[in-house]
Design a protein around this ligand. Structure first.
Ligand code: SF4
Length: 443
């Protein structure tokens, strides 16, 4: 039996194809391949950088679908199904909107693959794929399997090994699909398995793509203690409340943590309340204490902001950029608040009749990447789109890069930190411009 795994791209630019130069390993497909019995031949095609050979013989195509890639994923599925090849789709978007995805696939997989992927392969071998499989959310790679990193060779991924210690998060931010999917639970892999995975590959720079690695501080302490002798450098995604735990911050630093993607979301308390961003709300003083702790521990922070709440204005977005520049964040993302299907935010905007693009921005032919998909209250949708683009432009300007680089506690901490600052800030800066107003899908 031959299995073809596909990672779809988002879409294309108005006048040319889009190649994602900042692409990282598609961990979920490597994990899926690792869960597959070894006698199954597996190929992986990454639509972000290569053409998909639709006419190559295969017995089953598995496509991972996120909300942003749904339109393109359906195009790819149509191509295979026209050729009589069965298609199964899985991923977060399938869990959020199974009925929609089912129109484009022979079979859908809702939930974590660990639960029922063996059954899919068993049925596919016999040509008896069921229309729907369900795997409960839970511990990743719980069978002790390792991702098939050999499938990544030759695809030009960034030299960072992606892995996962935990899945889920205990918080309940209103815009967050992760919180909905995992129902605020947090699932941990065995640390032995994580260490074995680190040893099974050559890189010493790791990205734990956990939804919130600090959701369970005791578990994070245990991981950090185990990482110290491994002599690795790592980054992850963590909620800001971790800065309240001085012992854990020390441990993270000693274990090789360079920094985290951290959801600041907003510098306005009213907007934080709208977002139900509870990890950010204690003693709010424009995050001065949290940022001081991060800098004292040498953390290079990727600050993520979400813009477009009911209290936000064009001026408050501008003030958010001032804040990001003043704090010399290594990176910052100025994301428009997106109504993901199935989230409390989506339901609220739907009830208030504020959703644009026929309530399905991810499929709408007129929707473009980084456009507001709802009506904000204190500006127009176009103003919100433009203000966010202006924020990215200002934050990524060359004078801003030079000023942010000059932070002795973080970016100037070592030669390797300095080199990675320039390598990745320039790369992500380019991607920001390339992706702006990109079309979804290739057709
Ligand atoms: S802290 Fe992050 S992962 Fe957790 S619910 Fe909020 S946005 Fe989602």
């Amino acid at each position: 039996m031959k299995l073809t795994l596909i990672k779809p791209t988002i879409g294309r630019r108005e006048h040319s194809l889009y190649v994602d130069e900042g692409r990282m390993e598609p961990l979920m497909l490597g994990v899926l391949a690792g869960l597959t019995p070894p006698d199954v031949e597996i190929v992986l095609y990454d639509d972000r950088m290569e053409r998909i050979p639709y006419d190559e013989a295969t017995d089953l195509v598995a496509i991972t679908v996120e909300t942003y890639t749904a339109r393109r994923a359906y195009e790819i599925a149509d191509e295979y199904r026209q050729r009589g090849v069965p298609v199964i789709m899985g991923g977060m978007h399938v869990a959020l909107l199974p009925e929609e995805v089912a129109h484009h696939a022979d079979s859908i997989f809702i939930g974590d693959a660990e639960g029922a992927w063996g059954e899919v392969i068993h049925d596919a071998r016999r040509g008896r794929l069921k229309p729907r499989y369900v795997g409960a959310p839970g511990i990743g790679q719980c069978d002790g399997s390792l991702p098939r990193r050999d499938l990544y060779r030759g695809k030009g991924y960034l030299p960072i090994s992606l892995m996962q210690y935990s899945r889920g998060c205990r918080f309940a931010c209103s815009f967050c699909a992760v919180s909905q999917y995992f129902e605020r639970k947090h699932y941990l892999r065995r640390i032995d398995d994580v260490l074995r995975e680190i040893e099974s590959q050559e890189r010493r720079f790791l990205f734990f793509i956990d939804d919130n690695i600090a959701s369970n501080r005791k578990a994070l302490s245990e991981l950090c203690s185990a990482l110290i002798p491994m002599k690795v450098s790592w980054i992850s995604q963590a909620s800001l409340d971790v800065t309240r735990d001085a012992k854990l911050m020390d441990l993270m630093q000693r274990s090789g943590c360079w920094g985290n993607v951290m959801g600041f979301e907003s510098i306005t308390p009213d907007s934080l309340r709208d977002a139900r961003k509870s990890p950010n709300m204690a003693e709010f003083a424009r995050f001065s204490r949290e940022i001081a702790v991060l800098r004292d521990h040498g953390m290079q922070t990727w600050a993520a902001f979400t813009l477009g709440y009911d209290h936000d204005t064009v001026d408050s977005i501008d003030a958010t950029v001032d804040f990001a520049l003043a704090n010399k964040f290594t990176f910052a993302a100025f994301n428009i608040l997106m109504p993901y299907p199935g989230t409390p935010l989506y339901r609220q905007l739907d009830e208030q009749n504020r959703l644009l693009y026929g309530k399905k921005w991810w499929l709408h032919p007129e929707y473009r990447f980084n456009q507001a998909a709802f009506l904000p209250t204190r500006m127009t949708a176009e103003q919100l789109t433009d203000a966010c683009h202006a924020a990215r432009t200002r934050f990524n300007s060359l004078p801003s890069l030079v000023r942010r680089f000059s932070d002795i506690k973080t970016n100037l901490r070592s030669l390797s930190r300095m080199m990675s600052f320039w390598r990745y800030t320039l790369l992500f800066r380019k991607e920001v411009y390339k992706k702006h107003r990109m079309r979804f899908g290739l057709k």
